[in-house]
Write a protein that binds this ligand. Structure first.
Ligand code: 13P
Length: 256
């Protein structure tokens, strides 16, 4: 049984003071959650303060990106060694990074291998654009993203990866995939490809979140789908009430 996992992606929001305030609010509101894994992925500037605020709580901390080398002359980047001091998770290959910052399947693969080598839990994002969706290219495109991300990753390491299926056209738009479509794409473009790359056991072990306009009032519809193990939440993770509502509705829908 895959443990459900809901993570917030705070993107480029929150000063350190605002981030600590949100973290403290979530810590109180979600203190009784034991059956679901929870995390917040903060801006790099807030990682230290938020990891301090959430120390000993049931909410993990994640970074939103990192470089793949341990150290070096790479101005502006942060390394897995640096992330590991402050966080347990790292988002890799978010569509905004692919779109605006030149992230490719190759850099995603390098970052994924670096995260695994350092014992971080990577949350690897995949998903198609509106044009690809309309052209019926979703399954081959997402499948190729999976093949690219996992190139050279062993089965023993692969089971530690979390995936987030985030259709680009659903991010920040208020539009969502239907739960049935998301579930089907995760089956055929993600789990079936993982089964081919590894085996059925690995394909069944890897957790896949849905992302894209997840809110308290649609979370239940996604979390009950057999292939969907949680959510990666953007906008609705920026307030205590909306993120708490998502977690509570997911727990209720799962009868947990
Ligand atoms: P929204 O929840 O704001 O649509 O963002 C989704 C996302 O990109 C999470 O990584």
């Amino acid at each position: 049984m895959r443990k459900p996992f809901i993570a917030g992606n705070w993107k480029m929001y929150k000063t350190v003071a605002e981030a600590v305030s949100l973290a403290n609010g979530l810590k109180t509101a979600l203190a009784d959650v034991t059956t679901m894994e929870l995390a917040v992925c903060t801006p790099a500037t807030a990682l230290a303060a938020v990891s301090g605020a959430l120390a000993g709580s049931n909410i993990g901390v994640g970074a939103q990106n990192m470089y793949w080398k341990d150290e070096g002359a790479f101005t502006g980047e942060i390394s897995p060694v640096m992330v590991k001091e402050l966080a347990r998770y790292v988002i890799i290959g978010h569509s905004e990074r692919r779109q605006y910052f030149g992230e490719t399947d190759e850099t995603v693969n390098l970052k994924l291998k670096a995260a695994l080598a350092h014992g971080l839990t990577p949350i690897v994002c995949i998903g198609e654009s509106l044009e690809q969706n309309k052209a019926g290219e979703t399954v081959p495109f997402v499948g190729a993203q999976i093949r690219g991300a996992f190139a050279g990753v062993s089965a023993a390491e692969a089971v530690n990866v979390v995936l987030a299926y985030e259709p680009i056209w659903a991010i920040g738009t208020g539009l969502t995939a239907t739960p049935e479509d998301a579930d089907r794409i995760i089956q055929v473009a993600i789990r079936d490809v993982l089964a081919e790359l590894y085996d059925g056991a690995v394909a069944e072990a890897i957790r896949v979140q849905y992302g894209g306009s997840v809110k308290a009032d649609n979370m239940a519809d996604f979390i009950v789908m057999p292939n969907i193990d949680g959510a990666l939440v953007g906008g609705a993770s920026l307030k205590v009430d909306s993120f708490t509502g998502i977690v509570k509705n997911a727990l209720a829908a799962l009868g947990m």
